[in-house]
Structure formats: C-alpha cells, structure tokens
Design a protein around this ligand. Structure first.
Ligand code: PHE
Length: 466
C-alpha cells in the first residue's frame, strides 16, 4: 500500500475542519428557506427523523469509507465505493457501482457549485453593501434591494469572480494548512456571533405588524404540524440533511481519507453532526426564521432562495452599529461558505489528480473554468430574463439537494452495509474510544436506512409524476 498522503495536523484541527466542511451556507441560507418553504413545523418532523435514520448512519459510513479508501491512496467516492463493494460482489459489478457513484458525485459537485459559489459571492457583496450603507435606506424594501442585487451584472459577477479566485488560490496553495488554520479561527467566531444574532432575533417585536413577533416565527418552525406533512416536505427534509452534513457527494470521505489508519471515526462523526446541527437549528433556524417572520410576515417567510438575504438586512439597518455588524455577519457567512466550497473544490481536484492523472495546478484551473461554465446560466438568469424568482437556480438546487444526494447515499450504504457487510462494521470500530453497537449496524445500516431512503425516493417520484 503506497501511502504518501498528508494527514491532519491535530485532532482539534481535524474536527474544526470537518465542522468547516459541514457548516456552511446550507445552515444559514438553505435550511431557513427550505424549512420555511416546506411548512415550518411540518418540515421539522421529517427533518429530525431523517437526521437519526439517515444522517447518523450515512455519516458513519462516509468517515469509514474515507479512512479505508485513504489507506489505498484514494480520496474520492468512486474508487472508495468500488473498494468496499468488491468485498462482497464480483469485481465487475463492484466496478459498475463504483463508477456510477463516482460519476454522479462528480456531476453533483459541479452542479452544487453552479449556484453555491454565487451565494458565496452574494455574502461578499452584502458585506460590501453593509459597509457602504447600500441597504440602509428604509424607503427601499430589502426585497427590492435583493432583486436589484441579483439583476446587477456588476455586483453579481464581480463578487462571484472574487470568490472563485479566492477558492482556486486556496486550493492551489495546498489546502491542508490553509483550511485547518482558517477553520480554527473562523468557526469559533461564527458560533459566538451566531448566538448574539439569535438572541437579538428572539427579542424582536415586529415593527411592521404587531401580529408578526419573532416569537411567532419561532412557533412557526417549532410547532410540529402533522397536518401539513407530505412526501414533498419529507424528501426535501432528507435532502437538507444530506446537504447540510455534506454527505452523499463523498466530500466527508475526502477529508476522512487524510486520517491515519487507526484514527477514530465514531466520535468524530458524532462531533461533526453535533457541531453542524447546533449551527443549523439553533443559529440558522433561530436567527433567520424569526427575523424573517417579524419583518416579512407569514407569507414572506416562503420567499424562497433569497430568504436570508431579504430578511437579515432588516435587522442591521435598524440597529446601532448595524453597518459594522452587518458587514461582519455577512463576512462570517462568507467564511462558512468558503470552507465548505474549499472542501468541494479539493474533492474535484483530488478526483482529477488521483483518478485521471492531471497535475494539481492544472486540475485547479480546470475546476475553475468548469465552475465558470456551470455558474454562468445561474448568474445570468435574473439579469437576462429580468425576473427575480431564480427558477433555474431553485430547480437545480431541488434536483441535487433533494434528489441526487439521496440516491448517492443509498449507493454508499449498499456498498458498505450490504456488500462489505460485517467487514464494514469491524472497520468502523477500529481505533477510537466509542464503538458502534452491532445491533445499531444491523438495524440501521443494513435495514432501516436503505429502506427509508428507497421508500422516500419511490413515493416522492410517484408524487412528482402524479
Ligand atoms: N454542507 C455544506 C453546507 O451546509 C454544503 C456542502 C454540501 C458541502 C455538500 C459539501 C457537500 O453549506
């Protein structure tokens, strides 16, 4: 086994880098808009179910797949799935499953980045607008500010290109030291700042309508609403679990491939999930949704992909020091997105380097160009069509986020639990202090998780084509 791969510098660095990978715009931008568009309290029921029934088992599989694949010098999903699948099936079948997983993961990563990098650009643009007082005029609604932003080629493309260049630069310089160092600094600040904003959100009466207090917004998301449950909201919730935890595409696997052979995977998986869910539910959910509710009301919370950008400036433009706080908050969002995007960029570079034999520098350039090509239609849509509903963007996000990631999760779990089987269980429990109990593996990995995913896919497609 040749192994000249880099390893993580420290335990803390690894956990924060993984948190940086998982905690991203998915928590602060995607979660609030998905939860609000899918019925608030109705969304949270399948959300928690998916977290436990799918999120935890698949996260364990990804850390495990990654550490295992890394031993063979692989950091991407295709070869990793192949390596595990061949333990339990014919090499040819394993090759087909592995290639399928690898190709879908490649396509999904590109597609996610077609819009993800734009949102990173928006965060930078909004930091700029905060400092320059670009949304300070209360006579112009924040919804109009957002529409003006996405329809302004100057703003959209300038900040998008700056974001892309920053990413390419970070990845080219060899990201290990870069990511670890940045994550150690930015993640704690993000948490502290998020808590401050959440507290501010909860003490907000509505200046627009006495009936829209932020507490009502909290109620909207935390009051379980069984009557509004649907397959649509269920698959959206499961998709959000994949998106926010960075599972499905093999991005967690890639970071885990830099583990040493006996580094723990069980506690680390749970730590990644806990850090991410805290940021998602407590910070993303509590800060954004109640603020959105207080200013935009019950109908406004369903604003779609622009929700965070439409809701939050309302607070900053009415508070003392809002220009600075606003700029800081959007900069923090920028870093949250940046650390996730680095993980995805590194994944594509690793794929070209390891699986296709392209050098790192060349690969970084190719990914950069690829991102521009897939990102252009997303950026141009509101500009050319003079519309603001971001229909293409929403559709792509829906397809990758709520569909393809889930299919990938199913392939991963089949390779691990059904094909590699008990070997995967033993592998998972090597090293580390906590062990996954055998019953958990037998019940969840072998049965519940794959079945729940299949049922979800089946019924949501049925629903879709009805
Ligand atoms: N988890 C990241 C976020 O929440 C996004 C992401 C998705 C990153 C999939 C990698 C893979 O923003």
């Amino acid at each position: 086994m040749s192994n000249s791969r880099e390893n993580w510098g420290s335990k803390l660095g690894l956990i924060l880098a993984m948190a940086g990978n998982a905690v991203g715009l998915g928590n602060f931008w995607r979660f609030p808009y998905q939860a609000a568009s899918n019925g608030g309290g109705a969304f949270m029921i399948p959300y928690f179910a998916a977290l436990i029934l799918i999120g935890i088992p698949v996260m364990l599989v990804e850390w495990n797949l990654g550490r295992y694949g890394g031993r063979y010098g692989h950091g991407t999903l295709g070869p990793m799935v192949y390596l595990q699948a061949r333990e339990g099936t014919k090499p040819k079948t394993a090759l087909i499953i592995g290639s399928l997983a690898g190709m879908i993961a490649f396509a999904v990563t590109l597609l996610v980045n077609s819009y993800y990098n734009h949102i990173i650009g928006w965060t930078l643009g909004y930091s700029f607008l905060s400092v320059t007082g670009g949304y300070a005029d209360t006579a112009v609604s924040t919804g109009e500010v957002f529409v003006n932003y996405i329809q302004s080629p100057g703003m959209v493309f300038t900040f998008w290109i700056i974001a892309l260049a920053g990413l390419g630069f970070a990845v080219m310089r060899g990201i290990q030291k870069g990511i670890e160092a940045w994550a150690k600094l930015m993640m704690p600040v993000l948490y502290v700042f998020g808590i401050v904003l959440a507290i501010r959100a909860l003490t907000l009466g509505s200046p627009v309508d006495p009936d829209w207090s932020s507490m009502k917004g909290l109620n909207y998301i935390w009051n379980p609403d069984f009557s509004a449950l649907s397959w649509r909201s269920a698959i959206a919730a499961a998709g959000q679990i994949f998106f926010t935890l960075s599972i499905g595409m093999g991005i967690i696997c890639n970071y885990a491939s830099y583990l040493k052979a006996d580094d723990d995977v069980v506690v680390s998986s749970l730590a990644t999930i806990s850090l991410n869910e805290f940021a998602e539910i407590i910070l993303g959910g509590t800060a954004v949704i109640p603020i959105a509710y207080a200013f935009l009301g019950p109908d406004g919370v369903g604003a779609g992909v622009g929700l965070s950008f439409i809701a939050l400036p309302n607070v900053f433009r009415t508070m003392a020091g809002g220009q600075i706080f606003g700029a800081l908050w959007f900069l923090l969002l920028f870093f949250a997105g940046f650390t996730s995007a680095i993980a995805m960029y590194n994944y594509l570079v690793a794929l070209m380097e390891e699986d296709l034999g392209v050098t790192r520098g060349k690969a970084a350039w190719m990914v950069f160009l690829g991102y521009i090509i897939v990102g252009l239609p997303v950026g141009l849509e509101p500009i050319l069509t003079k519309t603001a509903d971001l229909a293409y963007f929403t559709e792509v996000d829906n397809w990758v986020g709520s569909n393809l990631l889930i299919v990938l999760g199913l392939i991963e779990i089949i390779a691990a639990a059904w094909l590699m089987g008990d070997g995967a269980f033993e592998e998972m429990n090597r090293g580390g202090i906590w062990k996954v109990p055998k019953w958990f593996f037998n019940v969840f990995h072998k049965l519940v998780t794959p079945i729940v995913i299949m049922v979800l896919i089946f019924f949501s497609y049925l629903d879709f084509y009805k």
